[in-house]
Design a protein around this ligand. Structure first.
Ligand code: NAP
Length: 304
């Protein structure tokens, strides 16, 4: 068997088109499009690329993008003060602080300064608590993208077994809760879990979010399972020339492809969904703040 390749770029393009249509409708009805402010501190090359992608995608969706680029040595208090100004700015619906922050800045303190209503990454304690409690709120983008891909691949997810590898606040933990909200039966595994291969083999949906290239082997996968590889790892690629690198996921792709029913490639799988989910969150944040009716085709979870 060769797994079906899950085309994250195509799924993301569909979601972005729905977001753009919603943003256009809101602008026509209410006189302004939703607006996203992005804060980048320092000159980390990967973060520069991510931020440029987010700004471009925001504009392409017909939304307003505000960019705040601060030098690497900016004191933490100044970053927190900027977040406070953006919280109070009625022209801003969503705020994204690009992580990681320089080491002299405590990311937790900056995240704690975010207004939960504008926290489009779903990282504040308020939004994490809302997710844990099964209440409405802004959901973290990457795991929300995973759920969209799983739904598009498998249809209704109710009753399916899900294994999530990795328990970070950004990905693994919210992924587990989002699949629980879909009425899946969820196992959340981490570096101290015993017998990961056996845990994984029970899963109809396997979400790998650990940051270890090729950790998940072919014989960890239940035949026919849907594999969502969140990992983005840069590894040496001498076959491409001296000093060259390439991106790989947390799943040993060729082995997994022979066993799984469907699988996301890296790159081009889960990654593109993250930006699409961010744009969706910005529209939902604008609607919630302004009291506008949220577009039905952007709903993130099934009605209870
Ligand atoms: P993280 O904060 O470093 O968390 C990694 C998690 O994996 C931890 O919970 C850790 O367990 C667990 N883990 C580490 N080694 C393990 C092992 N050998 N067996 C089982 N579990 C193990 O990473 P993250 O932010 O969640 O990111 C994970 C990966 O996703 C990275 O490659 C990152 O680049 C990628 N990512 C991709 C996107 C995207 O848009 N596609 C977005 C965000 C992140 P403990 O808790 O026990 O330490």
């Amino acid at each position: 068997m060769t797994a079906r390749l899950i085309d994250g770029k195509a799924s993301a393009a569909r979601l972005r088109a729905r977001v753009a249509a919603a943003a256009g409708r809101l602008a026509a009805e209410h006189g302004r499009a939703p607006a996203l402010a992005v804060v980048l501190v320092g000159d980390d090359p990967a973060s520069q690329v991510y931020v440029a992608g987010k700004v471009k995608a925001t504009r392409e969706a017909g939304m307003i993008s505000h960019e705040h680029r601060l030098p690497a040595h900016t004191p933490e208090a100044e970053v927190v003060a900027l977040v406070a100004r953006l919280n109070a700015d009625p022209a801003v619906d969503g705020i994204l602080v690009q992580l990681p922050l320089p080491s002299h800045i405590e990311a937790d303190r900056v995240i704690a300064a975010l207004s939960p209503a504008k926290d489009v990454d779903g990282l504040t304690t308020e939004n994490q608590g809302r997710l844990a409690g099964g209440r409405p709120g802004l959901r973290p983008c990457t795991p929300a993208g995973c759920v969209v891909l799983a739904r598009e691949t498998l249809g209704r997810l109710q009753g399916l077994r899900v294994a999530v590898l990795g328990r970070s606040l950004l990905v693994g933990r919210p992924a587990a809760l989002l699949f629980l909200a879909e009425d899946c039966t969820v196992t959340l595994a981490h570096s101290r879990s015993r017998d990961l291969p056996a845990l994984c083999r029970e899963a109809d949906i396997l979400v790998a979010a650990v940051g270890r290239p090729g950790l998940v082997r072919g014989d960890w996968i239940k035949p026919g399972a849907c594999v969502l590889d969140v990992g983005i790892n840069r590894v040496p690629a001498p076959e491409r020339g001296e000093g060259k690198t390439r991106l790989v996921g947390d799943v040993a792709f060729e082995e997994a492809e022979a066993v799984a029913g469907a699988i996301t490639p890296v790159p081009g799988g889960v990654g593109p969904m993250t930006i699409a989910a961010l744009l969706r969150n910005t529209v939902l944040a604008a609607c919630a703040r302004e009291g506008w009716a949220p577009p039905a085709d952007l709903e993130t979870e099934p009605a209870a």
